[in-house]
Design a protein around this ligand. Sequence first.
Ligand SMILES: Nc1ncnc2c1ncn2[C@@H]1O[C@H](COP(=O)(O)OP(=O)(O)O)[C@@H](O)[C@H]1O
Ligand SMILES: [Mg+2]
Length: 298
Amino acid sequence: MSEAYGHLHASIRSVADDSAELRIRRIRTDRWVSYARAESALAAMEDLLNFPKRTRMPNLLLVGPTNNGKTMIVEKFRRAHPSTPASQTESGAAHVPVLRVQMPAGPDEPRFFGAVLDELGYPHMLTDRITKRQDGALRMMRETQVRVFVIDEVHNILSGSRLQQRRLLNLLRWLGNELQISLVAVGTAEALHAVQSDDQLANRFEPVGLPPWRAGSEYEQLLSTLEAVLPLRLPSDLAEPEIAHKILGMAEGILGEIVSIVVRAAVRAVSSGAETITTDLIDQTGFIAPSQRRRVAV
Ligand SMILES: Nc1ncnc2c1ncn2[C@@H]1O[C@H](COP(=O)(O)OP(=O)(O)O)[C@@H](O)[C@H]1O
Ligand SMILES: [Mg+2]
């Protein structure tokens, strides 16, 4: 090991001497890459967790396009506050400080509460009548001491009829009050519009935006952070304007695409022996921009 691998994060340097096979596997493994907006979203959720119980709890609405890192953030938050199994609590019920469910497509109350019970590990209650299911879900959320309730894919509410939409939006409002817990709704801009269409909800959900990425220092920082955790033996200087611009354009500003482009290029950089990512190498990966992909699909 002659090089210092100064372009790599200290914890990755020792990996840089591993075989190509091992490094490719590592490059392809999902990892958390920190960036400023994610950290502030995490801090905002952390605040919710520490908020004293009162009738009107603060709520957040994490808004951004698909594939832009929303679920990764709420999952990171949940992992930071794991459940305590029933066997280790005095009450004999598991403690679930952060509960996350997905709003079902074709959203209605039974499905929604079914998702809650499922997530809390009580699938046997799924066959119960609606009211029982709802009561059961609420009771379990109290018993497990849920403090922050994350509802991902909240835009799925919009796939229901007008009446269903209204009922579910009301339900969210009611749930927060009833349980005195904070809600984190996660979804696309359509979800934001749905929530804002209801005056009572609008002023209870503070929007936290994760808009598409644009050129600038935050984006450059993201690329540098990403570069530092991918075990290539040579620096790529991804934050340099030409390559940074190319990646951003191909990704159409979407984080999942940015990560995917860089990961594919990094795999190629290892397998080809180049050990550095260049614009040419990115072209060789045959990446198709998301909007083009959609066109191909139809
Ligand atoms: N913080 C992050 N670090 C590394 N990769 C990320 C991060 N956030 C998102 N990604 C990548 O983007 C993809 C999409 O993220 P996801 O959170 O599922 O988006 P969304 O929920 O907004 O649709 C992930 O599968 C992952 O590859
Ligand atoms: Mg998601």
